[in-house]
Ligand binder design. Structure first.
Ligand SMILES: *Cc1c(COP(=O)(O)O)cnc(C)c1O
Length: 395
């Protein structure tokens, strides 16, 4: 099908929940993707921080192919070899002791919310259920996840929302301290907010949050669905801050495009889930786990994270140089290859002009251009992307 036919068929048969751009991508390799007309793009969206090893990474493709030929799915009523190998690898490379597998970021956060409540009710009393989250946060689209999300635009029209959530301004320690009440059981934050505009937590802030949680017996939950898994130049974003959560969540890059999510916790907390408390039919199934295992092995053992740190610095510097010449750019922020350029006005036109010239980026919070290339991106690809952006900013 050509682009026109794909778009027409989609508008007839697919529910209209996305403000889609008038294009269809049909192939990808590394940092490059091609649309249905054969036009080539540099992909600095990467499935929204999903294709971190680049499109169709051969090791991941091979793992999926082999596992699909061996065993695609069995129930979690049985032990699953690739799932336990993946859990071992994640635990050995993080502060967590146990992993629960699911299929998406929202599901991982649902699991985190359930575990936090179960743990608090068992350990601290039935009245401990409230979770404090940040304004401008994003935690996914299920009812509990949109309620945890501190942005009214994701909640409007879906009321009544589940009770037990409270919002505080991000990076404001005093506001958090004041918000803690007799029912509070946990604080849930993204170390670097993604959809809210690429807003990094301050170092002192995150350390202060951890101290408050310790002093007041609250669980600290990090949503690392976007900022985790090498994106910031560390395997996990909390490692940038020297602050360890009790629970954290992963999804996006975990399977390099194969859907899989995970909720991880320290033993003391993980013990509060007993058989029957939580489950997922597909969570950690053999095919998803094999894809994620191959993805994580490449990420951890083939210099991918080191490249993300180096190329992140390189891209940040180049964007900084652009900001000196284009007064439209107000600020460059973020870490590693999770970078944002705040503009003085809406960014949609710049995104469109980049796309016409062969670069895919997106815009969050109306004015922030976001850059999330595969972590395998090269200096040359960054040079090309920044040249395109330079021209797009001129108009
Ligand atoms: C994308 C995202 C989610 C939701 O993930 P889904 O897989 O779309 O459910 C949750 N939290 C953060 C920080 C995200 O960026």
């Amino acid at each position: 099908m050509k682009t026109k036919e794909i778009i027409e068929t989609g508008s007839k048969y697919v529910m209209n929940t996305y403000g889609r751009l008038p294009m269809a991508l049909v192939e990808g390799k590394g940092v490059k993707v091609w649309d249905a007309e054969g036009k080539e793009y540099l992909d600095f969206v990467a499935g929204l921080a999903v294709n971190s090893l680049g499109h169709s990474h051969p090791r991941v493709v091979k793992a999926i192919w082999r596992q699909a030929n061996t065993l695609m799915h069995v129930s979690n009523l049985y032990h699953i070899e690739p799932q336990v190998e993946l859990a071992k690898l994640l635990v050995e490379n993080s502060c967590a002791d146990k992993v629960f597998f699911c299929n998406s970021g929202a599901e991982a956060n649902e699991a985190a919310i359930k575990l936090a409540r179960k743990h608090a009710k068992m350990k601290l009393g039935q009245d401990k259920f409230e979770i404090i989250t940040a304004k401008q946060s994003f935690h996914g689209r299920t009812l509990a996840a949109i309620t945890a999300t501190g942005q009214p635009k994701y909640q409007q029209g879906f009321e009544p929302l589940p009770p037990g959530f409270k919002y505080v301004p991000f990076n404001d320690l005093e506001a958090l301290e004041k918000a803690v009440g007799p029912n509070t059981c946990a604080v849930m934050l993204e170390p670097i907010q993604g959809e809210g505009g690429v807003n990094p937590a301050g170092r002192e802030y995150l350390k202060g949050v951890a101290q408050i949680c310790k002093d007041k017996n609250l669980l600290l939950i990090f949503d690392e669905v976007q900022c985790g898994l090498g994106r910031t130049g560390k395997f996990l974003a909390y490692q940038l801050y020297g602050v360890e959560p009790d629970i954290f969540t992963l999804a996006k890059a975990l399977g390099n495009g194969f859907p899989i999510g995970a909720m991880l916790a320290k033993d003391e907390v993980a013990h509060s889930f007993q058989p029957g408390d939580h489950a997922s039919t597909f969570g950690g199934n053999p095919l998803a786990a094999a894809a994620a295992l191959a993805t994580m092995q490449v990420m951890l053992h083939e210099g991918v994270i080191e490249n993300a740190a180096q190329m992140g610095e390189y891209l940040k510097n180049k964007l900084g140089q652009l900001a000196e010449r284009h007064s439209k750019i107000k600020e460059i922020r973020g870490a590693g290859l999770m970078l944002g350029a705040e503009l003085s006005g809406p960014g949609a036109e710049v995104v469109n002009r980049c796309r016409e010239k062969g670069l895919l980026i997106n815009c969050v919070n109306n004015t922030v251009l976001r850059f999330l290339p595969p972590l395998t991106v090269t200096q040359r690809e960054i040079d090309t992307a920044v040249d395109i952006l330079d021209k797009a900013l001129e108009g």
